[in-house]
Design a protein around this ligand. Sequence first.
Ligand code: 5GP
Length: 194
Amino acid sequence: MKRLHEKMEQDGRVLSEHVLKVDSFLNHQIDPQLMKEIGEEFARLFEGAGITKIVTLESSGIAPSVMTGLVLGVPVVFARKRQSLTMTDDLLTADVYSFTKETTNRIAVAQSFLSEDDTVLIIDDFLANGQAALGLMDIVKQAGSKIAGIGIVIEKSFQDGRALLEREGVRVESLARIESLHDGKIQFKVEVHQ
Ligand code: 5GP
């Protein structure tokens, strides 16, 4: 996605060989126009997949998910990382190791928001080692819902996430794929279209 690539090059900050900071448009301040285009692109990619719900993880997955939900006309459920006192329903949970925070979080979704009749698109901001996506898949499977695929805004293709998810037989669509973050520069993966 050209606009996303440009934005990453302009405003992304390479913090190390492994971490890209995109606080100015995705992870802290949010660029609504870019989110809208991201939503349209995910909706285009998963058009016809029969999606009835989007599942994401708070907080950075919410903006791209809401925009996708708006275009597809489906609700968005975000897994919570911290349990709230108002979450009194039965919960579906999974333990997720966080790449950036180096801690394990129990993530939770109220059982009432997912059912066997749902076909779910999972969306997240980054794909690194795939732990967040696997945790979300686990929750969706516990609910008995189908998984149409996973939409990722920024994939770091030099980490194991995609291979792990593909091994699970799930479709993964990333809007930007990073080959490397060497020398403080983003090197995008060259897509070979057949
Ligand atoms: P994974 O579970 O795939 O190892 O990591 C994905 C999660 O870690 C994402 O939800 C995202 O919040 C965070 N993350 C992983 N790598 C990066 C990165 O390079 N930059 C930022 N900002 N977040 C990242």
